[in-house]
Ligand binder design. Structure first.
Ligand code: ZN
Ligand code: FE
Length: 236
């Protein structure tokens, strides 16, 4: 089983989520997208966790800035897409689309979703119904297209949409309420969006985060997942 903890980094500005995941059978842990070292070390300390791996979804600084310091402190290995080898400093383990990465007994399938950046990957723990989406899928919106084309992003989202509805996803940022207005307008008269926003609001109040939302719920409300063709997607 996978246990998931998190830290909110760059709170109030970029609101990055860095996740600390642990395979409960073997007690092996990893940090996903360490945005800043300090708050993650504090959290690991509190939890008594010494991560052995650092998993990156893509090369942007707000997902990798904590890499080196954490790797040094815990003697952890940095894992990234082979395509990012030249631009993620200190990385030692390289993975590619279709391969798996094993965190103890928990296995992640690597899905290439190049669009936000070339070489952006998702970590999909199929048995645990858990998907880490980095800057590709957020609650009610998606990441900007910095290095790819709209067609690539549309195809990336098709890959996500092909995964089962009961998979829970964990985004790289907390952007729900900056995306809510557009999603609400796009879904006028659709009661699913009301349900979604009510749940998001109460999660934020009680848990201080919105995740995890199921892909099924997301498909019903996220305008970018609702687009059925590239043309519809481009015209959003
Ligand atoms: Zn990014
Ligand atoms: Fe980011």
């Amino acid at each position: 089983m996978l246990k998931i903890d998190y830290t909110l980094c760059r709170a109030g500005s970029m609101n990055n989520y860095s996740y600390i995941i642990t395979d409960t059978e073997t007690n092996i842990s990893a940090v996903i997208d360490p945005s800043e070292a300090q708050p993650i070390m504090e959290k690991c300390n509190k939890l008594g966790i010494k991560p052995q791996y650092i998993l990156n979804t893509h090369h942007h600084f707000d997902h990798t800035d904590g890499n080196i310091e954490l790797a040094k402190k815990y003697n952890a290995k940095i894992v990234c897409n082979k395509a990012d080898k030249h631009r993620i400093e200190g990385a030692e383990i390289f993975i590619e689309d279709g391969q798996t990465f094993s965190l103890g007994d928990s296995v992640a399938r690597i899905i290439d979703v190049s669009a936000h950046t070339q070489g952006h990957i998702l970590y999909y723990f199929e048995k645990d119904k858990t998907l880490f989406t980095g800057d590709t899928l957020f609650n009610l919106c998606i990441g900007g297209i910095f290095e790819g084309t709209p067609k690539q992003m549309f195809e990336a989202l098709l890959k996500i949409k092909s995964l089962p509805d009961d998979v829970l996803f964990y985004p790289g940022h907390e952007y729900t309420f900056s995306a809510a207005n557009f999603a609400y307008r796009h879904n006028q008269g659709n009661e699913n969006i009301i349900k979604y926003l009510n749940k998001a609001k109460s999660n934020l109040e009680t848990l201080h985060h919105v995740f995890p939302v199921s892909l099924g719920e997301e498909k019903l409300c996220n305008p970018y997942l609702q687009a059925n063709s590239l043309e519809e997607f481009i015209n959003l």
